[in-house]
Design a protein around this ligand. Structure first.
Ligand code: TYD
Ligand code: MG
Length: 455
């Protein structure tokens, strides 16, 4: 180690000099400079700038092994995962109760087991008999899946540690797991965190893909610590309206792939079916157009999905505060859009109740939906149907302008494929789809005329 340099500190003003002088150069006091002897032992212990091992830096293009993914045999699940399960990856699957998380994971685990992999399904919520009954209903009773009902993480890891590690371990749910190293009941923040930590460590060390089921709170967050989302590699959310058949598996975080792909499923009597081509699932399919309905070509990752947006406006006679209710879209965004329509088009919604619904239980997060929502609102307000043959997309700015959105081209292609003849969109939208007539909507102010003329 290099000899530390001598330094001198003025006892009066604290200024530092590199050599001793009779008079302090800063405060001009005499005989105040004293040598400061750094305590090397103290320094090594109390700062981290020395005493460690040297790390080697690598270049970004150094050869790495490609990820060996394992497909689950459920195409839509693999798609949402970004191409299959990565060994050692920890996945958190959130979703409302009854949406189908256990069903999906049982199907995936059974599929892997049927195809020669080893899969373990640990249920902390249901007895094995219940899971077996579900498996029978799904036609999977013969799958060589290892099933257990357990809640003690120590028991689970002790058992799994004695054998070859499984390819897939499903823990349903993390809120029921219990670590005896920590005080407290299952489901508390510290229990959830400690249990997840141990399970994830096992997965990483042994190369097992781990899926943790997580309950969600009423506002859609995964219950328990937010830190769970930081601990895992992938966060998925299983969404849909329980009363509807369709379910969407969405990836919210993925260390091993893109997050914008979705998997689409339909809940049937015999379990979840994959929906390979979802583009027209969320259209109502009615022949005669009705007022307040607009078709929006949504894009989920690289996948177009055409959805119907429905608006209903009820004029109030009394002075009661009008309600605004939204299903499948952001209510803050609706408030903004109503304000823009009021101030830029002179429309009045202040004495009317506004209901907005995205058909089929679909949840829209694409900002390009603004124009379709605006068109549906105007159509409902005027009680005049939009042209049945048209789709609408574009983002509405506060100024009332219609702003360009991503992948206008893909949206138009899909609309044309499904037999739509006309698209309304931003002024500088791409228009390469010849079979589709494209109409610019520069600003919402021209929207009222468009809506009136589109029928
Ligand atoms: P489940 O997987 O238990 O939901 P979660 O684990 O997310 O709470 O799914 C429960 C619902 O799915 C239940 O209300 C019934 C329905 N379901 C079907 O419609 N068909 C089926 O084959 C199965 C197994 C469940
Ligand atoms: Mg369940």
């Amino acid at each position: 180690m290099a000899k530390p340099k001598k330094r001198f500190i003025c006892t009066d003003c604290g200024s530092v000099s590199s050599r001793w002088q009779g008079q302090c150069p800063d405060c001009s006091q005499w005989n105040t400079l004293e040598e400061d002897v750094p305590d090397t032992k103290f320094a090594a212990k109390h700062n981290l700038a020395s005493g460690g091992r040297a790390i080697t830096f690598e270049s970004l293009d150094a050869p790495t092994k490609p990820l060996a993914r394992r497909t689950t045999g459920i195409g839509e699940f693999d798609r949402a995962l970004g191409g299959g399960l990565v060994p050692g990856a920890a996945i958190l699957m959130g979703g409302e109760p009854g949406i189908g998380k256990s069903t999906l994971l049982l199907q995936a685990a059974a599929k892997i087991a049927q195809e020669g992999g080893s899969a373990v399904y640990v249920s902390g919520e249901e007895a094995t008999g219940q899971v077996r009954m579900r498996a029978a209903r799904l036609g999977l009773s013969k799958a060589p899946l290892k099933l257990a009902a357990a809640t003690s993480v120590r028991d689970i890891l002790t058992t799994l540690g004695q054998d070859n590690p499984p390819d897939l371990l499903v823990v349903d749910s993390i809120q029921t797991m219990h670590s005896d190293m920590i005080e407290g009941a299952p489901g508390t923040v510290s229990q959830v965190r400690a249990s997840a930590f141990e399970l994830i460590r096992f997965a990483k060390e042994r190369g097992t893909a781990l899926v943790l089921v997580g309950h969600v709170t009423k506002d859609g967050n995964i219950a328990g610590p937010r830190v769970l989302e930081h601990m895992v590699d992938t966060v998925m959310s299983f969404e849909g309206e329980r009363s509807h058949q369709y379910r969407i598996l969405r990836c919210l975080k993925n260390r091993f792939g893109a997050v914008d792909e979705i998997g689409v499923f339909a809940m049937e009597g015999h379990g979840l079916d994959e929906v390979g081509n979802p583009s027209s699932l969320f259209l109502s399919g009615r022949e005669d157009p009705i007022a307040g309905a607009a078709v929006f070509p949504a894009l989920e990752g690289t996948r177009p999905v055409l959805v119907e947006i429905q608006a209903l406006i009820v004029r109030l006679q009394s002075g009661a505060t009008p309600r605004r209710a939204v299903v499948g879209w952001d209510s803050g965004r609706l408030a903004m859009l109503l304000a823009v329509l009021e101030s830029r088009c002179g429309l009045s919604f202040s004495t009317a109740e506004v209901y907005l619904n995205v058909a089929g239980g679909y949840r829209l997060s694409d900002p390009a939906a603004d124009l379709a929502v605006a068109a549906a609102l105007i159509s409902a307000l005027a009680d005049k149907p939009l042209g049945a043959n048209a789709v609408w997309f574009g983002e509405v700015a506060l100024s009332g302008e219609i702003r360009p959105v991503a992948h206008g081209n893909l949206r138009q292609k899909e609309a044309a494929k499904l037999g739509f003849g006309k698209a309304f969109g931003p002024a500088d939208g791409e228009r390469h789809v010849t079979s589709l007539q494209y109409a610019d909507v520069g600003a919402v102010s021209s929207l009222v005329d468009r809506v009136m003329a589109s029928a």
